[in-house]
Design a protein around this ligand. Structure first.
Ligand code: ARG
Length: 458
């Protein structure tokens, strides 16, 4: 098959090279955007008097036919034509002859591929933002239902202080809130138009890049033609946002896995979102959460692979950059699927409230509250810490809980201790006593829900 660059060549391309260099097997995903870009480009060429009205009509008709054929699965994608851009251009020329032969005027595949990818990512990033918002809403809803559920909060995976389950879940909602901001930020930098940069230096023809940019819904044309064709920061932004989002989902997934163990028994997983064992009849496994945790590795890999691809590239376009598509498609597909699964699964998880509260009964989880009680009575914090540490040690030796100590026993450690101490030795009392901004108190949690709902509406 004759290549579009055939003029300069005496020999055809080796079959091995065609197989090696093709990208049509994965960049065919960009067909819609490629057609969109060609439409805008052709309209601009006509407006500028570079092609005639009649030629524009033929081009638009040809593009519409190609669009229909692809939608109906009738379009023949050809590996010899390397990529989506040459496949569509060749089909257009076959349909319209010399009109189609003018579509590539003042255009290169270098500005074309960057345009297609920006258009494509704009759509998918908007999808990502929507799905992230949906999960954030779900977290807020589940939190609201658990405003009275008490559980141990952990540091070092050791019981630390009692918290509300709602507070714990809202921590994830705040992560997703940042993810949404990050994605919106990426969207801003993404929404600029490379088209008309040509191969790298622009064109001597009287094109109007501002018109094309506007036609495609971009904010403005990229001001430097060399930057326009060699920049892949917008791909990396998406890969980074995806990696960060997956890291958040993976932490949540890890807690789901942990909480579903017989050792924790904090939650019961829905049958719909669990799998069994082919050999062990009793098993109910948290596979979706494990897959989210596992796929996070791949999504990180995509970010690193693209950073590495770009790191030594001289300006401007280099074929290395064709390697941008598979990782970014994979990251988007993976993050979208993971978001959908976890959003559907989350409201179906049963929280074992009794068990969570019971877990607060051990581990001297209210010790910090004793120290703060003493501070309120005028004891310097460091001394209060020391006194409370001794009380804990005494409990360990006597095999007692903090709230099982008599007032007489307690007063041996500090004469400042009175009966009112017992009120904060229960997990509820400890939580209620929190008064600082952003704490785990019910009031603070309600305030967070209000703040998040307001942001979710914006
Ligand atoms: N398939 C190529 C890519 O994805 C398109 C650009 C090719 N340009 C070139 N001069 N070979 O990057």
């Amino acid at each position: 098959m004759k290549k579009p660059w055939g003029g300069r060549f005496k020999e055809g391309t080796a079959k091995t090279l065609e197989e090696f260099s093709q990208s049509i097997s994965f960049d065919r995903r960009l067909w819609q955007e490629d057609i969109e870009g060609s439409r805008a480009h052709a309209k601009m060429l006509c407006k500028q008097g570079i092609i005639t009205e009649e030629e524009l009509k033929q081009i638009l008709k040809g593009l519409a036919e190609i669009e229909r054929e692809i939608k109906e699965g009738k379009f023949q994608f050809k590996e010899e034509l390397e990529d989506i851009h040459m496949n569509i251009e060749r089909a257009l020329i076959e349909k319209t002859g010399s009109a189609g032969a003018k579509i590539h005027t003042a255009r290169s595949r270098n500005d074309q591929v960057a345009t297609d990818l920006r258009l494509y990512l704009r759509k998918r990033v908007n999808e990502l933002i929507e799905l992230t918002e949906k999960l954030e809403k779900t977290l807020v809803n589940v939190a609201e239902k658990n405003i009275d559920t008490i559980m141990p909060g952990y540091t070092h995976l050791q019981k630390a202080q009692p918290v509300l389950l709602a507070h714990h879940l809202l921590a994830y909602a705040w992560m997703l809130e940042r993810d949404r901001e990050r994605l919106k930020e990426a969207l801003k930098r993404l929404n600029l138009c490379p088209l008309g940069a040509g191969a790298l230096a622009g064109s001597s023809l009287p094109i109007d890049r501002h018109y094309t940019a506007k036609e495609l819904g971009f904010e403005e044309p990229i001001p430097n033609s060399m930057d326009a064709v060699s920049d892949r920061d917008f791909v990396l932004d998406v890969l980074y946002c995806g990696a960060m989002l997956m890291m958040h989902l993976s932490r949540l997934a890890e807690e789901i896995i942990l909480w579903a163990t017989d050792e924790f028994r904090f939650i019961e997983l829905p049958d719909k979102f669990s799998t069994g064992s082919s050999m062990m009849p009793q098993k109910k496994n948290p596979d979706p959460a494990e897959l989210i945790r596992g796929k996070t590795g791949r999504v990180y890999g995509n970010l690193l692979s693209m950073l590495t691809t770009m790191k030594g590239l001289p300006l401007t376009y280099n074929r290395d950059m064709q390697e941008d598509k598979e990782p970014v498609f994979d990251t988007i597909d993976t993050v979208i699927m993971s978001l959908r699964v976890i959003t559907e699964m989350l409201p179906e998880i049963k929280f074992n409230k009794e068990r969570m509260k019971e877990a607060c009964g051990s581990g001297y989880i209210t010790a910090t509250d004793i120290a703060e009680y003493l501070v309120k009575k005028g004891v310097p914090f460091r001394n209060a810490h020391e006194i409370t540490g001794k009380i804990v040690l005494y409990c360990i030796e006597k095999g007692k809980n903090l709230n099982e100590l008599s007032i007489k026993e307690l007063r041996k450690f500090s004469s400042k201790i009175e009966k009112d101490l017992y009120a904060i030795l229960t997990p509820e009392g400890s939580i209620d006593s929190k008064s600082s901004y952003g704490s785990t108190s019910k009031k603070s949690v309600k305030e967070q829900i209000r703040m998040l709902r307001k942001r979710l509406k914006e």
